[in-house]
Design a protein around this ligand. Structure first.
Ligand SMILES: C[S@@+](CC[C@H](N)C(=O)[O-])C[C@H]1O[C@@H](n2cnc3c(N)ncnc32)[C@H](O)[C@@H]1O
Length: 395
């Protein structure tokens, strides 16, 4: 629809620099269609203009260059290339993991443990307090305990304690993109528990799962905090299938999943208390990583609760994005990138339409069935608004 959005600010080209070529993962046509529909499904200005200059290729060496689907730039570490891709995409976004640098992880923990309206952490904590012994009994012999997105591992302590009660010793492999954070947490855990060895793995979820599959012996894999609910709804089953492919019949996969579908309480839970973690910290990180001048005060948080039929396979979900409060231009000097937002334009911090999915038992069972697992056990609280499931691989 409108004119080019990405132009090159005048600046010195770095003399010694590393060229990075990034091929974004192939997304199948059906997922692209769904994402585009989901992203544009409500009111507000749509993200349907193209962020390219000069017919798709910028002229200055050192700037972000988009050729077909590939993104080429200089002096950006490969790990940050998905962030550059997100910024320069039609659906402007940062990957969800980008929210979790060390400061982000601390901010997250502050909100979830102190908030009066976001009660998910407390509900999962009390479920684990009541059922950890039962949960760890799902694997009979000593196992390697692995946790995806372990963060502060504050609730995991209850599972670690139950494992140590049962087996005396334990190897715990926390997996998290926030590497320094989990290394610090790991040292503290080893100090706190005799018999515990912690082997932190800094990386993305599936890198961690592949790492675990190289280890001998049975494993218990944890995915707590309803973190699975942050995975793009169109990619959840594929991720589960990939995890299933790395597990053996004796392994177990335990997930904590939020079941609260009360619209009023959800809109309070996913409100302004998240702005520092969700908006100010990542925008500060963007400015630092790419020498930028993006102003977080010019974006507001927008949320909604999208209800899905209770007897369908797709869970309901809270959606969220930042809305640009004005037409604005920001410059990321390290990328040679001027980025324009229209007033009302959306900037996503989630990988899919969902910020956080809200499940029922039927949907959890269907998730297991569709990805090669059986729902072996299920624990819930009195209000039945939080659940933990144990998935067993179907041979
Ligand atoms: C919602 S928090 C949950 C933290 C903790 N498990 C809990 O229950 O409180 C998600 C955690 O996963 C990590 N994370 C997010 N996306 C990730 C990804 N794609 N790969 C690896 N870690 C990720 C974050 O750093 C963070 O520690």
């Amino acid at each position: 629809m409108s004119s080019p959005r990405l132009r090159s600010p005048k600046r010195a080209v770095p003399t010694s620099s590393v060229l990075t070529v990034y091929k974004p993962p192939a997304v199948d046509v059906e997922t692209q269609r769904k994402m585009s529909h989901d992203s544009n499904g409500d009111s507000g200005v749509e993200n349907d203009h193209v962020t390219e200059a000069n017919g798709g290729v910028t002229k200055n060496i050192g700037d972000v260059i988009k050729e077909n689907n590939d993104v080429i730039t200089r002096d950006v570490s490969p790990a940050l290339m998905p962030v550059v891709v997100g910024l320069t995409s039609q659906r402007k976004c940062v990957p969800y993991w980008y929210l979790y640098d060390t400061r982000g992880s601390e901010l997250y923990e502050e909100v979830v443990t102190n908030s009066k309206t976001y009660t998910l952490w407390r509900k999962e904590y009390s479920l684990l307090k009541s059922h950890s012994d039962d949960i760890v009994s799902k694997t009979t012999t000593p196992v390697t305990l692995m946790e995806l997105g372990s963060g502060a591992s504050s609730k995991t302590r209850l599972v670690i304690e139950a494992m140590l009660r049962r087996h005396g010793t334990l190897t715990f492999v926390p997996v998290d993109v926030s590497k320094e954070h989990i290394e610090e947490v790991g040292q503290q855990l080893e100090q706190d528990y005799d018999g515990l060895t912690v082997e932190p793995f800094g990386g993305l979820y599936m890198e961690g799962v592949r790492h675990l599959s190289t280890r001998k012996g049975p494993k218990m894999l944890l995915f707590l905090g309803s973190s699975f609910s942050n995975i793009c709804i169109h990619e959840q089953v594929d991720m589960m299938k990939e995890i299933r492919a790395q597990l053996s019949a004796k392994d177990r996969f335990v997930l904590g999943l939020d079941m609260d579908t009360d619209r009023e309480s959800l809109l309070k839970a996913y409100g302004q208390q998240w702005v520092t973690f969700q908006r100010d910290n990542p925008i500060g990180r963007l400015n630092k990583d790419f020498d930028g001048d993006m102003d977080s005060a010019k974006f507001e948080l927008v949320t909604d609760f999208i209800e899905k039929p209770a007897d369908g396979d797709c869970p309901s979900y809270v959606m969220g994005y930042w809305r640009s409060l004005a037409a604005q231009r920001m410059t990321f000097r390290k990328l040679g990138l001027n980025l324009d937002f229209q007033s009302g334009e959306k900037f996503f911090f989630t990988d899919g339409p969902n910020w956080s999915c809200k499940w029922n038992l039927h949907q959890m069972r269907r998730l297991a069935e569709k990805s090669g697992f059986a729902l072996e056990d299920y624990w819930t609280n009195k209000a039945e608004d939080y659940g933990m499931v144990c998935f067993a691989p179907v041979p």
